[in-house]
Design a protein around this ligand. Structure first.
Ligand code: BJW
Length: 243
């Protein structure tokens, strides 16, 4: 492991532009549940039922009860050493972008400078009548489902299955994937598209792909470095070796 870490740091030192794709695994050690796998959210809930726009429309109250639990969990979470290491690593590169599938806001709390939130943010809500955006940090929610001042039901400003990602946000992620010299892929099962496509774009454009995940993923075969370890173990070590 030590030898692979040194080799990886050596490779990163040659890079000017680095992009990072993160998923639920990077926040697992902050106490936030992942989606898939052992102990994941989908063991308890059916994603077809809940994390889809049809699920929301069918029963907004049920959806919001589930989402309120998640907001409570996220409100208690702090960035862990993996988020902090990424924020500190950025000073070594001309461009260092964190593209995250997470909605928990922990990269911002760790003070990363350039963050692309592909799937939205847990604290933003959107009016289902006129799409007006606002922030709602009530823990727990005062009413379920929460309502806009106009009376319409609010929805979270997150991307549910079957919904398109914001085109401008996705476009920035594509550009950062096409132009980076290396992409770190941290804590994602890499099965949800279009996010899972980004490392493939980076690889095709000639970037090094570095994966940090205790489990093998569909991306593992294309990786130049693949660390079968927790993010909070590997990222602080990589950061140290870049100093
Ligand atoms: C650790 C660790 C530690 C643990 N350290 N690691 C192409 C092919 C096939 C299907 C599709 C396709 N294109 C689109 C689709 C359909 C669909 C999709 O991808 N389905 C697949 C599941 C098959 N995609 C969509 O519907 C997307 N929309 C779309 O494409 O729209 C097109 C369209 C165009 C025009 C009109 C209409 C539509 C939208 C996807 C939205 C995903 N939404 C969610 C919920 C967000 C809100 C919320 O949080 O509630 O996003 S689902 C959920 O999965 C969430 C996550 O961001 C996402 C990814 O999960 P992630 O982060 O990878 O987490 P896990 O749990 O899967 O993995 C955790 C990993 O961490 C594991 O590997 C662990 O081993 C590891 N780990 N501890 C490091 N300490």
């Amino acid at each position: 492991m030590e030898k692979m870490l040194t080799g990886c740091a050596h490779t990163l030192k040659k890079c000017r532009m680095v992009s990072v794709l993160t998923g639920a695994g990077i926040s697992a050690e902050s106490g936030i549940s992942t989606f898939r796998g052992k102990g994941g959210l989908w063991e308890k809930y059916d994603p077809e039922d809940l994390a889809t726009i049809d699920g929301f429309n069918r029963d907004p109250e049920r959806f919001w009860r589930w989402f309120d639990e998640r907001r409570i969990e996220v409100s208690r979470a702090e960035p862990n050493p993996a988020h902090l290491a990424l924020a500190e690593m950025e000073k070594h590169f001309e461009l260092f972008a964190v593209i995250t599938q997470n909605i928990d806001g922990l990269h911002a709390a760790a003070r990363s400078s350039l963050i692309i939130e592909l799937h939205g943010n847990i604290w933003r809500v959107r009016c289902t009548r006129d799409n007006e955006l606002s922030e709602n940090r009530d823990i727990p929610l005062r009413e379920i489902p929460p309502r806009c001042y106009c009376g319409a039901i609010l929805r979270p400003d997150v991307v549910l299955f079957g919904e398109p990602l914001d085109p401008a946000t996705l476009n920035r992620a594509y550009i950062l994937s096409e132009t980076c010299n290396a992409m770190l892929v941290v804590g994602t099962s890499a099965v949800v598209y279009p996010a899972a496509h980004l490392p493939l774009i980076a690889k095709r454009a000639g970037a090094y792909i570095i994966e940090v995940n205790p489990e093998v993923t569909p991306l593992t075969p294309i990786c130049d470095f693949s660390f079968r370890e927790k993010a909070s173990v590997i990222l602080p070590e990589l950061k140290r070796l870049l100093e």
